[in-house]
Write a protein that binds this ligand. Structure first.
Ligand code: ADP
Ligand code: MG
Length: 339
């Protein structure tokens, strides 16, 4: 029989990979925000049209890219963030797969303008369906602007699968808020169809949370602080009387990365045991800092799940730190009886 196996062309491989990385406009926003943060930006602006379906633009004042890097960054597995497999165990950056830009460029019309600090002129690249259509010198401020137009233009099935603008915008706002909460010292803004949705100045964690969720949030926050050998816990839980009927305001950040963890969520609930009315959920904004060696964030491309080395110890510490804080703020006397 004749040979029938062949390697997929790059643009096809990229399109397939894009299915994992880019589910919807909000995924693009998350990836581009993370890139801007990894590039040490102080100020990041997000501009969106039609809930990201027609335009997503992210402008940062970060490190920028050289002429060659500006082309390289769209190649698959092209990354400046890791060099070897060992680096995966001491990650200090959000990115490491080198897949986001290659994926996005495979399924949208992309324009990149970038300039490092010490260059006079920058470079502007246009790329469509993984193909660079032009690269020219251009006048642009220090940093990077990435413009993503017509997402899924070449994959009608995916485009049709997108939800209403209201739903897609909600996803965008969720991603934006998570990233902004994880990095309060960076200024962020978000505009949709010409209107300003968020203008968040550089600040601390408490103020960032209140800037996002409203001034009233400030009075309901109880600080949590615990420093042990395996984890540093900081952030806030909401006082029990402000518990909500939905789980909307529950956030874990591990090493400044938003994560979902039903297990740790359970630890928080356990700390609130006996303090909440039935079918209500406490708000929390909790920041866990752990040794990067003790976690594995490599389990999913969108990286909202994490594997911890010592889950049980973490659970116990989190629960006791929150109990302690709630007790200190004499939120409820029941806390004295350890059940
Ligand atoms: P990863 O973030 O996993 O490295 P990406 O495809 O997201 O992969 O980006 C590829 C590379 O392009 C990055 O490693 C980085 O060197 C460069 N890059 C991307 N976005 C920016 C940016 N906003 N500013 C500076 N460099 C960037
Ligand atoms: Mg990236």
């Amino acid at each position: 029989m004749s040979d029938i196996i062949q390697l997929l062309p790059d643009h096809v491989a990229n399109q397939i990979a894009a299915g994992e990385v880019v589910q919807r406009p909000a995924s693009v926003i998350k990836e581009l925000l993370e890139n801007a943060i990894d590039a040490y930006a102080h100020n990041i602006q997000v501009v969106v049209k039609d809930a990201g379906k027609t335009l997503i633009q992210i402008v940062d004042d970060g490190a920028g890219m050289s002429l060659t890097d500006a082309r390289m960054c769209f190649e698959r597995h092209a990354t400046s963030k890791i060099k070897s497999a060992e680096d995966l165990f001491s990650l200090n950056t959000k990115g490491f797969r080198g897949e986001a830009l290659a994926s996005i460029a495979a399924i949208a019309h992309v324009e990149l303008k970038t300039k490092p600090q010490n260059e006079e002129v920058g470079t502007c690249i246009k790329i469509e369906g993984s193909k660079v259509t032009s690269q020219e010198p251009c006048v642009t401020p220090k940093g990077t602007s990435l413009c993503v137009k017509n997402l899924f233009y070449n994959i009608p099935a995916r485009r049709n699968f997108l939800k209403s603008d209201a739903v897609e915008l909600r996803h965008i706002i969720d991603e934006f808020q998570r990233v902004a909460m994880a990095h309060p010292s960076i200024a962020f803004s978000l505009f949709h169809n010409g209107g300003e949705l968020f203008q968040l100045p550089s600040t601390n964690h408490r103020q960032r949370i209140t800037n996002i969720f409203g001034a009233k949030t400030n009075e309901k926050l109880v600080p949590v602080n615990e420093d042990t050998e395996i984890v540093k816990i900081s952030g806030f839980v909401g006082k029990p009387e402000f518990a909500k009927r939905s789980r909307g305001e529950q956030f874990f950040f591990v090493n400044n990365r938003f994560i979902k963890s039903p297990y740790l969520n359970h630890a928080v609930s356990a700390a609130f045991d006996g303090l909440l009315k039935e079918k209500t959920y406490p708000s929390y904004f909790l920041y866990l800092d752990v040794n990067p060696k003790s976690i594995d964030i490599n389990i999913h491309p969108t990286k909202t799940e994490i594997k911890f080395d010592d889950e049980h110890a973490l659970y116990a510490m989190l629960r006791s730190a929150i109990k302690h804080s709630l007790g200190q703020f004499s939120v409820a006397p029941v806390l004295d009886f350890d059940r």
